[in-house]
Design a protein around this ligand. Structure first.
Ligand code: CA
Length: 436
C-alpha cells in the first residue's frame, strides 16, 4: 500500500482480495486479472474477469465515478460473495446471481458503506454535472455543446436545431445526423447552417451513409454538400470523439435521436464519457405519448434500445426529458402565430420546412397550420441550458430490450425532467428565443 498526497489514508493502488489465490486454486485457471480493485489513469475500476474475457463482458456503472466490469457466470457466486463482503455489503444471500450482486451494488449498498473512500481511494474521476454546467451559464459563460440529431424525420429536430442556434448560452461545436440516412440529414443540417450564417459550425455524417429521400427533401432541393463552406466530417462519430477529447472544458452532448452514433462513440472511445455529460430526449417514465397514464416505448428508445443501453452504461451523468415533459409541448393560438408571422430568416426556414413536412405527410396541400406538431426535441435544448421550469428527479432507470425506460432498482441513476413547473412559461420562453 502507498499513501495518497494527504498522507492520511492508505491507497491500495493494486489491492488484491486475499481470496484471489484461493479462487485460482479452486477453479484451476488463473484469473485474467486478479480480482480486486485497482486505480489507473484517474479511473477507478473493480475488475472481475472470470474465464471468458470479452465474451459476455458487461459494463455497469455502480456510481457515476466507477465501473464494475464483471465477466463470468453464476458458478462464481462464492467469489462474487467475497467481493460483496469486501465492499461492505454483509447480508447478501448465498444464492447470489451476478445480476443480484450488481443490483445490490447499484442500489447503493456499496456507496452506503463508504464506497471507494473505504479503501482510501479519493481521486476518482468526477463526472461533469448539470449543476456545474448551469453554474457556468449563470456566471455568464457559454458552454460547449454537440448536437446529435435525427433531423429530417419528425419536424421537431428542425425547431430544436434553430432554437440551439439562437441560444446565447450554448456554444455549438458540431452537429451530427443520427439514425442512418446520413447524407440526407447532413445536407439538411448544412443548408440550415448556411441560412443561419453559421458555417463556422462543422457538420458530421453519422453512421449509415445512405442518401434516401426524406420528408424534407423538397426543401433541401439540389443542395450540394460538397459546397458547404464549413467543415464536413465524413466520419461524424470520430468527429464527436475528437471534439470531446480536444475540448479543454467538458462538453454537453445533446442527443435528440436514437443515439446509434453515440453507441459507436462509446465503443470506439469509452474515455469520452469522462469529458462530457449526456442530455437527451428519451423515454417515458410516468406518462406516455399524449400525457397518457400508460408509459410508452418512446421512439428514440424503441428504434435501437441497445444504443441507449450503451449510453446508460457509460460513466457520465445522464439527463433526459422523457415524454412526461417533452411530449406535452405544442404551440397554438397567439404563441404559434408569433412564430408563424416572424420575418426572421431562420424561423422562416423552420416554417418552410414545416409546410413541406406537412405536405409530405398528407400527400396534399393543406391550409396554413394553426398549431405546431409536438416539439419534443426543443426541451432537450432547454435542459442543456436551464432547468428552472422543470421538476427534476434522479431515478434508477433501465432501458429494456423492447424500448421502455423503466424504474428498476438494478438500473442506473438518471436525472429526468418528470413534470413541468409551468408549461405555459416554457412555451413563452420557446417563442421568445425562436423569434429573437
Ligand atoms: Ca429527433
Amino acid at each position: 500500500m502507498t499513501h495518497n498526497d494527504t498522507g492520511k489514508m492508505p491507497v491500495p493502488r493494486d489491492f488484491n482480495h486475499p481470496s484471489a489465490w484461493e479462487w485460482h486454486q479452486s477453479y484451476g485457471q488463473p484469473p485474467v486479472v486478479a480480482p480486486g480493485i485497482c486505480a489507473d489513469a484517474g479511473q477507478i475500476r473493480i475488475v472481475v474477469f472470470v474465464n471468458e474475457p470479452g465474451d459476455n463482458l458487461i459494463d455497469l456503472p455502480i456510481h457515476a465515478a466507477c465501473f464494475l466490469h464483471v465477466c463470468g457466470n453464476t458458478e462464481n457466486v462464492g467469489f462474487l460473495g467475497d467481493l460483496v463482503r469486501i465492499l461492505g455489503v454483509a447480508t447478501m444471500s448465498n444464492q447470489l446471481s451476478r445480476r443480484s450482486v450488481l443490483g445490490a451494488l447499484a442500489a447503493g449498498g456499496f456507496l452506503a458503506h463508504g464506497g471507494f473512500a473505504r479503501f482510501g481511494i479519493a481521486e476518482a474521476h468526477q463526472p461533469f454535472t448539470a449543476a456545474q454546467a448551469l453554474e457556468k451559464i449563470k456566471a455568464g459563460r457559454k458552454i460547449p455543446v454537440i448536437l446529435d440529431t435525427d433531423i429530417g424525420d419528425d419536424i421537431d429536430d428542425t425547431w430544436a436545431l434553430v432554437l440551439l442556434l439562437k441560444s446565447r448560452q450554448l456554444d455549438v461545436r458540431l452537429v451530427v445526423g443520427d439514425n442512418r440516412n446520413a447524407l440526407y440529414r447532413g445536407k439538411l443540417i448544412a443548408k440550415l447552417l448556411e441560412v443561419a450564417g453559421r458555417t463556422d459550425i462543422p457538420v458530421g455524417l453519422g453512421v449509415g451513409l445512405e442518401d434516401r429521400p426524406g420528408r424534407q427533401s423538397p426543401w433541401i432541393g439540389d443542395y450540394d454538400l460538397k459546397k458547404y463552406p464549413g467543415k464536413v466530417h465524413e466520419d461524424g462519430v470520430q468527429a464527436i470523439i475528437d471534439t470531446i477529447r480536444s475540448s479543454p472544458e467538458p462538453v454537453t452532448l445533446i442527443c435528440i435521436g436514437p443515439v446509434q452514433n453515440i453507441a459507436e462513440v462509446l465503443k470506439r472511445a469509452p474515455d469520452v464519457a469522462q469529458n462530457a455529460r449526456f442530455v437527451g430526449m428519451h423515454g417515458s417514465v410516468y406518462k406516455g405519448y399524449g400525457g397518457s397514464k400508460e408509459i410508452s416505448a418512446e421512439y428514440n428508445v424503441k428504434v435501437d434500445p441497445k444504443a441507449l443501453q450503451a449510453v446508460f452504461a457509460a460513466s457520465w451523468e445522464v439527463t433526459i426529458t422523457p415524454l412526461d415533459t417533452c411530449g406535452l409541448v405544442h404551440l397554438t393560438g397567439e404563441k404559434f402565430r408569433k412564430v408563424y408571422e416572424s420575418s426572421d430568416k431562420l424561423v422562416r426556414a423552420v416554417m418552410d420546412n414545416y409546410q413541406v413536412w406537412r405536405e409530405t405527410q398528407a400527400k396534399k396541400q393543406l391550409p396554413p397550420p394553426e398549431r405546431s406538431s409536438t416539439l419534443f426535441d426543443t426541451v432537450a435544448i432547454y435542459l442543456a441550458q436551464s432547468e428552472e421550469l422543470t421538476e427534476m428527479e434522479t431515478l434508477s432507470l433501465t432501458v429494456t430490450d423492447d424500448g421502455f425506460t423503466r424504474i428498476d432498482p438494478n438500473g442506473r441513476p438518471v436525472r429526468a425532467a418528470v413534470r413541468w413547473k409551468d408549461l405555459g412559461a416554457y412555451e413563452d420562453w420557446l417563442v421568445e428565443h425562436l423569434i429573437s
